[in-house]
Design a protein around this ligand. Structure first.
Ligand SMILES: Cc1cc2nc3c(=O)[nH]c(=O)nc-3n(C[C@H](O)[C@H](O)[C@H](O)COP(=O)(O)OP(=O)(O)OC[C@H]3O[C@@H](n4cnc5c(N)ncnc54)[C@H](O)[C@@H]3O)c2cc1C
Length: 345
């Protein structure tokens, strides 16, 4: 375990916000996690476990401990003629795993190529893209309970998966530090090409998972800014779900409004609402919406957290005024003052 005080987090969040953590704790083994859970001082500090920081907005300096679990091994748990079950450590890079599996001819996660994530966070977030969600391949998640130092294996049926949701996102579950994820992949072709963007691949009988992954990468590279060059945190807002009545009213004024059926109403793309509000490519100093995808807020260089928060609130207010629809952030706003210590959980 390596503990660094006053650690700059600019390389630990893809918005490249230059904030500091009072303590940055690099956890290099399961034993490190158990040791940390017994540390009396750590137990009194607010804390957060992070992956690659691609869904986080540090609103200011973090006056507590930022934990990062780095092990990244991949083990085979089970294998037969048609499937393989892998156990992957939480610190493994998600995209590298996708490409490694695709190159081995394994199906199941190829649609999720190029999502910036670590494997543990991917399971926490239930990442999804191009008609696939990681929950479809997850069999169990392993975590260490930081209150007791005990290791738990939670089967997928108990993780409460939903759209971009798992129970690990609940604030009271902050004690669960995810250490590994079990995934079942297929050795026989199981392409999922229903998503309209993948139509050019439909009907192909000779397709490999690598080709699907490469196709997805091609589309994503055209649409989304690379956080390494243009700092951002992906989709900043969730796609709002509105009532069917409200949608009927919206449709009267905008007959072509894009929409999708949802559990409790109708889902309207937040990107469309932002674009219709005249904010596609809008820029205020060093903050703006990405010209090719207005749902992404970009730090064009040296933006402060305050600037990004203000800009995001301006988008919310403009959309609210024009459509009377509330946009809620998909990005997690991190304020140490709102987080509990292990002893308080
Ligand atoms: C350019 C870009 C494109 C994106 N595209 C997509 C997309 O297509 N689909 C999609 O679903 N998302 C997308 N995202 C969002 C992001 O990639 C995901 O949310 C991803 O899972 C975040 O992973 P991370 O490792 O960066 O986690 P972080 O952002 O560091 O953390 C995310 C959350 O997980 C928790 N967490 C992290 N690690 C652990 C752990 N070991 N134990 C317990 N909790 C943990 C954190 O506390 C936090 O709440 C995109 C982001 C960017 C920047």
């Amino acid at each position: 375990m390596i503990i660094t005080p006053n650690y700059r987090l600019s390389k630990e969040n893809t918005l490249a916000l230059d904030v500091q953590a009072a303590y940055y704790v690099r956890l290099e083994s399961p034993e490190d996690v158990r040791t940390l859970s017994r540390d009396e001082y750590f137990r009194t500090l607010p804390f957060i476990t992070i992956g690659s920081g691609s869904n986080l907005l540090f609103v200011g300096d973090f006056k507590g401990a930022v934990l990062r679990y780095v092990p990244s091994e991949i083990r085979t748990l089970k294998e037969d003629d048609t499937t393989i079950t892998l156990q992957v450590d939480a610190g493994a890079n998600w995209h590298d795993l996708v490409m490694d599996c695709a190159d081995k001819g394994l199906w199941g996660i190829e649609n999720l190529a190029l999502i910036p994530s670590e494997v543990g966070a991917a399971a926490v977030q239930n990442i999804g893209a191009y008609g696939r969600e990681i929950k479809d391949v997850i069999r169990a998640v392993h975590y260490t309970d930081l209150r007791t130092g005990t290791d738990v294996r939670l089967p997928v049926s108990e993780i409460g998966y939903d759209y971009r949701y798992s129970i690990f996102k609940e604030p009271h579950m902050a004690y669960a530090l995810v250490t590994a994820v079990e995934m079942e992949l297929s050795k026989v072709p199981t392409p999922m090409l229903e998503y309209h963007g993948l139509a050019p691949l439909q009907g192909r009988t000779d397709l490999t998972p690598r080709e699907v992954a490469d196709f997805v990468i091609g589309i994503r590279e055209q649409k989304l800014p690379d956080p390494a060059k243009t700092p951002n945190a992906g989709s900043f807002f969730k796609n709002p779900i509105i009532s069917t009545d409200d949608f009927a009213t919206l449709q009267k004024e905008y007959p072509d409004a894009p929409h999708y059926p949802a559990k409790d109403g109708v889902k309207v793309p937040a990107a469309w609402l932002i674009e219709q509000s005249g904010l596609k490519g809008a820029r205020e100093g060093n903050v703006g919406t990405y010209p090719r995808q207005p749902l992404v807020i970009v730090n064009y260089g040296g933006a402060s957290p305050r600037k990004i928060v203000d800009f995001s609130e301006k988008i919310q207010a403009t959309v609210q005024e024009k459509f009377r629809i509330e946009l809620t952030p998909e990005v997690r706003f991190v304020r140490s003052i709102e987080l509990k210590s292990i002893d308080a959980l």
